[in-house]
Ligand binder design. Structure first.
Ligand code: 5RP
Length: 290
């Protein structure tokens, strides 16, 4: 066992990453062809970035605000997303098979909001993921949580199955209520996820030191949007995250709970793919909203 008396916090996160080897995603050039092809359906090969539309919330929250009717709220947004993060139930019932987007399939679940959320199990077989032509599989990891080891085991099991089938795994770092959301915590959670095999990691943006989270993680990071805030603020967070090394956003509530979801998604695309500043993106949002 490692000597726990000498756990020194890392301090040197500087310098550009030099491991791309011609593939557009950090740390993925050594992967099999099929896995890289699937990643290329999530991240645009033109700039290595992604705007994922997350609407998998129903797998533990039921019909939350903005997702009461997936056919009405989500279908009109599909053309503007690079990838769709959803459950197999939403996919089979609501999303047309000719949508042309990378599908990031929710692959863990179990407890509802009424129970201990970290008590998840794997909830999709690899055969069904292949049948659904999933571009990636998403699994929750609860580093520091009550079911930390179980959730990491879920992830490594899925990575083993995914590697065999050529399907990348997205580790979603879930933060428990009593966990401190700071750069130190997210460096730990994202790095553990990448070291144990995730091809990309979803985490939250933090104001202080987010660039150390992205630089210490050897695979791409996408940020969750989090709870609904003013559009301008959500665009500012997306902008800062991209400036500080994120490879994209996986945004849900800040899109589908906006009064103008399509305009918001366009503005987010402007930030992620076109380098718009938060002010420029907000102008675009306002123009498209009217
Ligand atoms: C649930 C998820 C959600 O997809 C996620 O939280 C993204 O959505 P939002 O932008 O609403 O936070 O991973 O655990």
């Amino acid at each position: 066992m490692a000597d726990l008396d000498d756990l020194r916090e890392g301090t040197d996160y500087s310098g550009a990453t030099t491991t791309e080897n011609g593939f557009h995603l950090k740390g993925q050039s050594g992967q099999d062809w099929g896995l890289r092809a699937r990643l290329s359906r999530v991240f645009d090969p033109a700039d290595g970035k992604t705007v994922m539309l997350a609407f998998d919330h129903g797998y533990f929250q039921g019909p939350t605000s903005g997702l009461e009717r997936l056919d009405r709220s989500i279908l009109p947004l599909v053309p503007q997303a690079d990838a769709l993060m959803c459950t197999r139930g939403a996919l089979r019932t609501t999303i047309p098979a000719d949508n042309g987007k990378g599908i990031v399939l929710r692959a863990s679940g179990g407890p509802s909001v009424l129970k201990e959320l970290s008590d998840e199990e794997l909830a999709v077989s690899i055969d069904d993921a292949v049948r659904l032509d999933a571009a990636a599989l998403a699994v929750q990891v609860f580093v520091g949580g009550e079911n930390e080891t179980k959730s990491i085991k879920n992830m490594t099991t899925l990575v083993d199955q995914g590697q065999a089938a050529g399907i990348p795994v997205l580790a979603v770092t879930a933060v428990g209520r009593d966990m401190v959301r700071d750069a130190r915590y997210f460096r730990l959670a994202t790095r553990i996820s990448a070291e144990l095999g995730a091809s990309f990691v979803k985490t939250y943006y933090v104001e202080d030191g987010f660039e150390t989270v992205t630089s210490a993680c050897p695979v791409p990071i996408v940020i969750a949007g989090g709870k609904k805030v003013e559009e301008k603020e959500a665009l500012r967070v997306a902008y800062r995250a991209i400036q500080e090394g994120a490879a994209g956003v996986d945004m849900g509530r800040n899109v589908f709970q906006s009064e103008h979801p399509a305009a918001m998604l366009s503005a987010v695309r402007g930030v992620v793919h076109d380098g718009l500043t938060p002010d420029e993106a907000f102008d675009l949002f306002e123009t498209l909203s009217h």
